[in-house]
Each structure stands twice: as structure tokens, then as C-alpha cells.
Design a protein around this ligand. Sequence first.
Ligand code: GRF
Length: 217
Amino acid sequence: MKKLRLGILISGRGSNLNALINACQKTCFPAAIAIVISNKSDASGLEHAKKAQLKTKVIQHEDYPDRETFDKEIYNSLILENVDLICLAGFMRLLSKWFVEKWPSKLLNIHPSLLPSFKGLDAIAQTINSGVKVSGCTVHFVVPEMDEGPIIMQAAVPVLNDDSVETLSARILAAEHKCYPKAVELIARRQLSVSNKKVIDQNNYSLPNSLFNPPID
Ligand code: GRF
């Protein structure tokens, strides 16, 4: 089976990129990374890509007069690499409607909350301040409205009494690193369809219960 070609967009640390690199290095994984694009030349995530000998490109938004020209440059770079699926992995720029609509059901994002709760920036601080007892991560298709696309996969983690942004982020991040490759795998294996803004998983896959581990008996 032909492997799906991934384009991955980052801005920073790239731990989700690294999780995707590790997954793609397994022979049986149905996707391969064609290009990693960063809008920051100093994104430490680029190191993961270089170590794995992946093609990288820096497209700095400051170098473009407006959002659409910047987005067109990213679009052209992805088209040149014949990508089938794009994964936003900590990419900190809002993409234009023009760009998003070029990739229906082909553009993914991961967000550190159980959407539709706590959209936008500071999701983890919002989570802690709200007093909710369960949080997690969401992999979703991207639509022009921020953090609103059809949900592909979620994993839950507990929010503990003494959590700081750092401790809760670390717990959520561990869940993200399992979810993102799994979501890519389901798409590559054509197990998902979208109907009425809902993602239907033909095999009803759900992450192992061990990911949801509340501190009660
Ligand atoms: C993750 O928490 C992800 O949910 C959010 O940005 C963060 C990126 O982290 N969209 P990393 O760069 O993948 O380590």
C-alpha cells in the first residue's frame, strides 16, 4: 500500500512532530513525512526533523507582506512535495480561509483540551482556572473557524488538585503523542468518514482505557 505523504507545520518544540517521526519510522506505519515546515528559523523542533534526515523548510511570516502571500508560499511548498495530509503540530499562525479551504478533510490540528471546551490560546490555564476535573487532547480536522473542525480523536487525562500549567501540560502532552499518530494512521487506512460535521470511525476505535486514569478507585 502506498504510504500517505505528510506535510508537518511547526513553530516550536516539536514534540508532536517527534511522535509522528517515531511512528513513521515503523515499517508498517501507513504514512511518511515528506516535509517539515517551520515559520520560525529557531524552532527547536527542526532538530528532530534534521536528526531523522527529513526535508525541512523555514518560511518566516515576517518575510511576507500579508497572511495570504505567506499562506501561498506554504501551499506551494506542500504541493511541490505532493503531500496528501497536513498536520499542524504546534503551528502558531492562523491559516487563512483560502488556505484551509484548499485542503478539505486533509488538514489536521492537535489541541490541548477536550474540544469544544477551552478553545484558543492558553487552553491549559483556562482548564485549570475553570476547575474541571478531566481534560485531555483533541485531534480534529481544521476549518476556517479556530478549533472548530470535526473531531477525529480525543483522549482524557485527570486534572489534579495541585496541577500547575506545567504538570497538566506534561500529562496532556503524553496523551497527544499517542493520539496524533493514531489519528494519522486511521486516516491513512481510510477508516474515517465525515458526515454532518461528525467523524465516523468504521471500526469504532478508541484509545485504551489506561489513558483515562482518574485518581479514584
Ligand atoms: C501542543 O500542546 C499542541 O496541543 C498545541 O501546541 C503544542 C505543541 O507542542 N497545538 P509541540 O511543539 O508539539 O511539543
